[in-house]
Design a protein. Structure first.
Length: 359
């Protein structure tokens, strides 16, 4: 058990309470809500007599009284604190947030701990229905909680450094530059974690996370989704003949030309050197095949100025989810379809041979 006075002193040292919203913290709540498919997410800090939210989605308030807080129980335990059904837990069944609006039924929170191991609050997700998290979602909750604390620690260190150098104007100017550099570095690290640096679209990590989410969503409501794998034909010959700089430019131009044909709800990601993946929610096999064909034609019909003598084309493999699919099996079927498109002469679309559900 921790010392409550020491815990409150540690929280105070971060000077974070009652500060305005900041994009880098809002990004964490948006991301964990997306990964956990949860309507509510918050960065919650437990003060003496209240819980205060540095960032929140789905709550609409910045603080609540501590006596109705679920998070005050979460900070008493290590790891991820999960309440699958609040109506069946004696600690929460009479909580006004459970018995009345907003009728919370599920909670999961990962500790935000100081460097000394003192619990400050949680990164948490909540839902209006009883449920569980997958092992991957629990892991993501803990990983992002550590990143939240890294941001808080960065803020604290910069503030302490600024105070120490406040008497020296020249050093203070240098500090301001260093602060901008550190903030920029932090933004760059977040960007690198989720974005392909060459094309600016999602990377393999984002693709894997969204594929898991869509498969989980399908198992809950049976709404089909499709996966399209896209691969530029004979791309090695472009690199060998024109150089890698031209090859990189072609990849960037391909993304620019495919982007307008992709819906906002779709995910397009670069998952390999010249290989891209497209996840199409609420899309059956026939519609996915049409999308893939439009993408193929878009690339085949427009020239690439730096490689006039080498036409740029792409091949595509399409697979639609089935009830028994895993991420690996769905990806494998799309990959086999892509292989057939390559083997049959390239610059074409092939779909998984077996009929997918809801077609």
């Amino acid at each position: 058990m921790f010392d409550e006075a020491a815990r409150l002193e540690a929280l105070k040292a971060y000077d974070i309470l009652d500060t305005p919203p900041e994009p880098q913290f809002d990004d964490f709540t948006r991301l964990i809500a997306y990964i956990c498919d949860a309507p509510i997410a918050a960065i919650n800090l437990v003060d003496r007599d209240r819980q205060w939210f540095k960032s929140e989605i789905g709550l609409g308030v910045r603080e609540t009284p501590l006596d109705i807080s679920i998070c005050r129980h979460a900070i008493l335990q290590k790891g991820v604190f999960v309440v699958p059904d609040t109506t069946r837990d004696s600690r929460f069944m009479n909580n006004p947030l459970v018995t009345g609006a907003p009728h919370l039924r599920f909670y999961a929170g990962a500790l935000l701990e100081s460097a000394d191991g003192l619990p400050l609050g949680t990164l948490c997700v909540l839902d209006y229905k009883p449920r569980e998290l997958t092992a991957e979602q629990e892991d993501a909750l803990q990983v992002l909680a550590r990143q939240v604390m890294a941001n808080l620690e960065l803020r604290r260190q910069m503030r302490e450094l600024q105070k120490a150098l406040a008497s020296n104007e020249k050093l203070r100017e240098g500090l301001e530059g260093k602060q901008e550099e550190l903030l920029s570095l932090n933004e760059d690290l977040t960007q690198l974690a989720t974005t392909d640096s060459l094309t600016g679209i999602g990377n393999r990590r984002v693709f894997d996370a969204v594929l898991k989410k869509e498969l989980h969503h399908f198992r809950r409501n049976t709404e089909p989704f499709s996966l399209v794998l896209l691969d530029l034909d004979d791309f090695k010959l472009i690199n060998d003949r024109f150089g890698h700089d031209v090859g990189d430019l072609v990849l960037q131009q391909v993304v620019e030309r495919l982007g307008p044909l992709v819906r906002k709800v779709d995910l397009i990601a670069r998952i390999g050197g010249e290989e891209f993946a497209l996840i199409l929610p609420a899309t059956n096999a026939a519609a996915a095949g049409e999308v893939a064909e439009r993408l193929r034609l878009r690339i085949a019909d427009c020239g690439f100025a730096r490689v006039e003598a080498r036409p740029v084309t792409l091949s595509a493999g399409v697979a639609t989810v089935r009830p028994d699919d895993t991420e690996a099996s769905l990806y494998g079927r799309a990959d086999k379809a892509l292989y057939r498109a390559k083997a049959n002469g390239r610059n074409q679309v092939c779909s998984d041979q077996l009929q997918a559900p809801n077609e």
